[in-house]
Design a binder for this molecule. Structure first.
Ligand SMILES: NC(=O)c1ccc[n+]([C@@H]2O[C@H](COP(=O)([O-])OP(=O)(O)OC[C@H]3O[C@@H](n4cnc5c(N)ncnc54)[C@H](O)[C@@H]3O)[C@@H](O)[C@H]2O)c1
Length: 434
């Protein structure tokens, strides 16, 4: 299909790089967001999220006039939905005593409703938001058909999962293989043509529900694999084994790839998406459910490690290094590091946190330092919760000069035990020999 103009709805971590990339590849793009702060920031040529290279691409796209932003939709050839799909904080389902979380599809519903007045024959609508199986067919298509146009015959409808890695979004958007599921083969072909504007990786056509499942299967596999790594770390401590050594030896097997234990699983995707399977088929998903439970409980094991290192936590001052949900990103959503900080505070500790990628975040109940030095200067202990490159590169010889702390607790294998201990620290690592 011939595409001149595309309307991208939702300008966050996924929608904004996608909108800017379409624009720098010659399309007219209208980016739409319900958050006035987002629209206002982007209109000034600034960006509201941290992603390497993004500011440059967005300002290039805005300068050429190809990217404009607004709070309101307009007619376009293609509508692409990239709005959040979190879970409800306060609504749960239950199956045989297993309480599970429910997807909050309100943003997808309202973004789809907003398209209806502008939908014309021959248009293409693409849902990119990660969604429970059959969302495109059961939720999105019926709303769009309120326009009196029929999905698959009057307009094309696709689901295409986004698989980019935060920190490398602009590169992966172009280079990754992309799955495009169409409500009909013709819709899949139209979706293929749209992404071919900039995607260099293979574009594979399938149906919408397969494409929805692909995304959920990818993230659920990672969640289950991290859960087993977390369980291995608990077992290693019980048996006096260094889990990091054991994992690296097991991974010498040509068909084994054990992931890393940590403080839990966070972010907008891996800690959320498995619930979309559980919600749609609780009777078929005991393993997925239990993996979620293992990862959700992991922050409590971190607290046990900290208590082992420091004894009673009451009035202990701890420098918590890293609040993001994973290394080298600013994203704090669903972060287990934040949950660890809250649990430490509940146990009476005083926490000064340092998150180098998000120094201005306003976090309820968390004292965020303005610098690394400020976070460590009065600490009784250093607690590393995220494997940011900055923390892997900490020189403990220099650190010991600016902190009274002599105990370090490393939850993510960021520290070299020998170097830290010869520098004067006692290092406790998660999954370490006790
Ligand atoms: N962030 C990732 O790494 C990633 C990776 C793959 C898939 N996803 C999926 O992509 C989707 C978007 O995620 P994100 O990380 O970009 O979210 P985000 O929160 O960063 O951005 C979403 C944006 O949508 C806006 N929005 C909400 N409702 C809207 C509406 N009705 N109309 C217009 N704008 C609206 C919000 O204001 C926000 O700016 C989610 O389903 C997520 O699971 C995210």
């Amino acid at each position: 299909m011939k595409i001149n103009k595309i309307c991208v709805i939702g300008l966050g971590y996924i929608g904004l790089p996608t909108a800017a990339t379409f624009a720098t590849h010659g399309l007219k793009v209208l980016g739409v967001d319900v958050n006035p702060h987002v629209v206002e920031t982007l209109s000034r040529g600034e960006i509201h999220i941290h992603e390497p290279g993004l500011k440059h691409v967005v300002s290039a796209a805005i300068t050429t006039g190809n990217l404009t932003v607004s709070s309101h939709l307009e007619e376009a050839d293609v509508f692409l939905i990239a709005v959040p799909t979190p879970f409800h904080e306060d609504k749960f389902g239950e199956y045989e005593g297993r309480k599970y979380r429910l997807a909050d599809m309100r943003a997808v519903t309202s973004a789809t409703e907003a398209i209806v007045p502008f939908l014309r024959k021959g248009n293409l609508v693409i849902l990119e938001s990660t969604s429970p199986p059959r969302t495109t067919i059961d939720l999105v298509a019926p709303i769009l058909e309120r326009s009196n146009l029929k999905a698959g015959s009057d307009f094309h409808l696709c689901y295409s999962p986004e698989r980019v890695l935060p920190g490398k979004i602009l590169h992966e958007l172009i280079e990754n293989a992309r799955v495009v599921g169409g409500i009909t083969p013709e819709s899949a072909k139209a979706g293929h043509d749209a992404y071919a504007t900039f995607v260099k990786g293979e574009i594979i056509e399938t149906d919408t529900t397969t494409a929805e499942m692909v995304k959920l299967m990818e993230n659920t596999t990672r969640d289950v694999n991290i859960a087993i790594a977390n369980e291995f770390s608990r077992l290693a401590e019980k048996f006096g084994v260094d889990v990091w050594e054991a994992i690296s030896l097991a991974n010498r097997h040509p068909r084994i790839n054990i992931l890393s234990p940590g403080p839990g699983v966070g972010g907008h995707c891996i800690s959320v998406d498995p619930w979309f399977f559980v919600e749609t088929a609780p009777e078929l998903t005991p393993l997925i459910y239990n993996a979620r439970k293992v990862n959700d409980e992991q922050p409590h094991f971190v607290i046990e490690k900290v208590k082992l290192a420091l004894g009673d936590l009451k009035d202990k001052k701890i420098a918590a290094l890293g609040l993001a949900y994973k290394p080298d990103v600013d994203d704090l959503r669903e972060s287990p590091a934040i949950e660890v900080v809250h649990l430490l505070q509940d146990a009476g500790a005083t926490i000064k946190a340092w998150e180098p990628f998000n120094t201005k975040a306003s976090l309820k109940d968390i004292d965020l330092s303005l610098s690394f030095d400020e976070a460590v200067k009065d600490a009784d202990a250093i607690l590393i919760l995220v494997k940011h490159t900055e923390f892997v590169n900490i020189n403990p010889i220099k650190l010991i000069e600016i902190t009274p702390a002599r105990i370090a607790i490393d939850i993510v294998n960021a520290c070299n035990k020998n170097i830290w201990e010869t520098s004067g620290f006692t290092l406790f690592r998660q999954g370490d020999v006790l």
